[in-house]
Ligand binder design. Structure first.
Ligand code: SF4
Ligand code: SF4
Length: 472
């Protein structure tokens, strides 16, 4: 029985509720009156329910879809302005005891090189990332209690935060590791992590169990209830997502929104971020097995409707997607992207050969961070290396109330400009620097609060003189 506040996975992600939602959306397919009224109401930026969002996703009336895209762009602009937050993944270890059929790290794969970084290697990877200009990382590791115990993850976080190379530092470490206990989540919280990220992969229990035939991840309830445990342990910011292409995308789309509604209803705060990965080719994985792969068109629609349904939740896209796709979905709602990424263990220091491949998936956007920053600048965005909120204690419901009231934009814009300036001073190529300075000069004048504008201008001068790390 569906119960949004229940702590039991099959009750807050109730299969029958998802099926009824999909049936309702089908019944109302192209119901112009309903669709128009939902789009109209969504203009208040208070979001939509999973049922309402499913009706929008189902619609194939071209003019109504155009209205949705337009609204998604407006919401994106209102809540996030034109800043795009940058991050990079850091793979610590690809040892894994699970049997996920879509991931090359599954334990049966014998032709992938297994690697686990030592603390010295982590130090080198971190320096390589700092030298690119990154300030925000997402740690990735397979599930393996012997090779990757929680103590290893905690030690690695400590190592990363301790390294200050030249003007570089990693200011926010987000963590994407397997579902674990409340006790371990408390340890992660104490280690000062930013967001805890865990993808559901699919919300369909039956498919989930088939896709995860062995290992601890097979337990659907334990995995699905992980965010409740993380929040119970005091982690305020959690990031959810599904791997589009594993199951029927409409089912997972509804499940994703029900999960967000559940976290808000039961834990008081919705997810901090939603990621929208699509399945990619990888070693020992046959993409033809995944007949549910979604087209560009559907992918764009998913992003746009998510933006409308949960306006206050950041949306992330990785280098799984091509430059072209990223360009389109940045417009429609994505607020955070990775850049210059390696999806291999140790891949920032040593480029891997085909024989020595340990990548989790093939990257579709191989540009350097500098190329991506320059590309964003040319598109009119402000690439941002901001990590201010969590360092200022703006997490959980405190953060959400600032986002919902639209006030966060007063921090994002100046922080984006100041962190971009740091990047330009320390890491940018000539052309990127030139383009960046032009964007800063133009954008700084748009800061509405005169006092803030004056402070930012002063800090920009301070940074030219070598000072670093200013934030609101
Ligand atoms: Fe292991 Fe995660 Fe890959 Fe599954 S998806 S095999 S848990 S690394
Ligand atoms: Fe993100 Fe907060 Fe920085 Fe805005 S001010 S970019 S919400 S960390």
């Amino acid at each position: 029985m569906y119960n949004v506040k229940s702590k039991i996975a099959t009750e807050f992600i109730d299969d029958q509720e998802i099926r009824e939602t999909l049936a309702y959306a089908k019944e109302n397919k192209n119901n112009r009156e309903l669709i128009s009224s939902l789009i109209e109401r969504a203009k208040d930026c208070k979001g939509l329910t999973h049922r309402e969002a499913a009706v929008l996703l189902e619609c194939d009336l071209e003019d109504e879809n155009e209205k949705m895209y337009k609204l998604a762009k407006e919401i994106k602009q209102k809540f996030y302005g034109n800043r795009i937050v940058m991050f990079a993944p850091l793979y610590l270890s690809n040892y894994c005891v699970n049997g996920c059929v879509y991931c090359p790290y599954h334990y049966k794969n014998k032709h992938i090189a297994r690697k686990k970084l030592t603390q010295e290697e982590i130090r080198k990877e971190t320096i390589a990332l700092q030298d690119m200009g990154h300030k925000r990382l997402a740690l990735e590791a397979g599930e393996d209690p012997v090779n990757n115990p929680i103590e290893y993850i905690l030690e690695s976080i400590k190592t990363i935060y301790s390294i200050k190379h030249k003007n570089g530092e990693i200011r926010r470490v987000n963590v994407n590791i397997a579902a674990t206990t409340v006790e371990n989540y408390k340890k992660l919280k104490d280690a000062g992590i930013g967001t805890y990220i865990l993808f559901q992969e699919t919300y369909n229990k039956k498919s989930y169990e088939e896709l995860h035939p062995t290992g601890p991840k097979h337990d659907y309830a334990y995995h699905t209830e992980a965010m409740d445990r993380a929040m119970e342990a005091g982690i305020d910011d959690v990031g959810i997502g599904v791997l589009f292409g594993l199951n029927m995308y409409k089912y997972d789309f509804v499940g994703l929104l029900m999960h967000a509604e559940h976290l808000e209803a039961a834990m008081g705060v919705g997810p901090h971020t939603i990621s929208v990965p699509r399945i990619r080719p990888a070693d020992d994985i046959d993409p033809d097995n995944f007949s549910n792969a979604i087209s560009e068109e559907i992918f764009e629609k998913i992003v746009a409707v998510l933006r409308i349904a949960v306006p206050y939740t950041g949306m992330i896209v990785s280098t799984r997607e091509s430059q072209k796709t990223r360009e389109r979905i940045l417009e429609l709602g994505v607020s955070q992207i990775s850049g210059g990424s390696s999806t291999s263990v140790g891949g920032y220091v040593e480029k891997e050969t085909d024989e020595d491949n340990s990548a989790q998936f093939e990257v579709n956007d191989n540009r350097t961070l500098d190329e991506i920053v320059n590309w964003l600048l040319k598109l009119g965005y402000i690439p941002s290396f901001c990590t201010a909120c969590y360092r200022e204690g703006r997490t959980g419901d405190r953060f959400m109330s600032l986002v919902k009231s639209g006030q966060i934009a007063n921090c994002c814009q100046p922080n984006a400009l100041m962190t971009l300036k740091e990047y330009l001073e320390d890491y940018a190529s000539g052309e990127t620097k030139e383009n960046g300075e032009t964007v800063i000069a133009k954008e700084v004048e748009k800061i509405p609060n005169e006092k803030v504008k004056t402070i930012v201008k002063e800090h920009l001068v301070d940074m030219k003189k070598g000072k670093r790390d200013f934030r609101f």
